[in-house]
Design a protein around this ligand. Sequence first.
Ligand code: SAM
Length: 233
Amino acid sequence: IISEENILENKIIIDEKGDVNHLKNVFRVKIDEKVRAVDGEKEYLCRVAELDKKSVTLVIDEIFEDRFSTKVKIDAAIGILKNDKMDLTIQKLTEIGINKIIPLSTKRGVAKVSEKKDKWDLIVREALKQCQGVKPLIIDEVTKIEKLKLEDYDLVIVPYECEDEYTLKNLLRKQTKELKSVLYIVGPEGGFDIEEIEYLKQKGANIVTLGKRILRAETASIVVGGVLINEFQ
Ligand code: SAM
């Protein structure tokens, strides 16, 4: 993953220690070998031109605009989860191609976010490399439910374990308009408070069940993300 500073005419100079190490010692690239670089917007197909002690120089052969994004932007507001649960959720939602995660502060959420942003950014970077995506998942500021900008989305979905009838499948079947953006909102380990559900309902969110089993919050986040990506890609 590169930034503008790495690009010099038709060359890319990789000089970030971790990336140089990855190319030389993990991928063990050789001169003339093909390498793919991304800058969050575009994809560069390159060849290795020089291998130095502290840098790798690539020559750009072809440039592509993002070939992998979904047509519909899918954002996920997730009640902040404890310990490594949030890390796992961020990693998996990056892999499947979610656009943005909004860490949600909720009434029953117990986890605190302290200096996690750098760790989360690193998880996104590593996951993006692994899945060969182009656009990194955006991690927004921690937001309260009342501050979510629900009006910015064409469809808002709230999986809620106490809803017995209306399924995600029913909701998706009902969509006739072409959508540009979807937000789904998953509660924390302790679930949503009923007042939060009433507030979201009143703001036009669609409350759905994912079935009779109670899923862990991270499972629900990944499952709903996967269904939506599959539906809208
Ligand atoms: N309130 C419950 C409790 O503490 O026993 C469970 C909360 S659940 C672990 C965390 C979140 O996952 C929920 O807020 C909801 O968004 C989602 N979820 C889990 N299972 C679900 C299901 N069967 N249907 C809809 N949403 C579900």
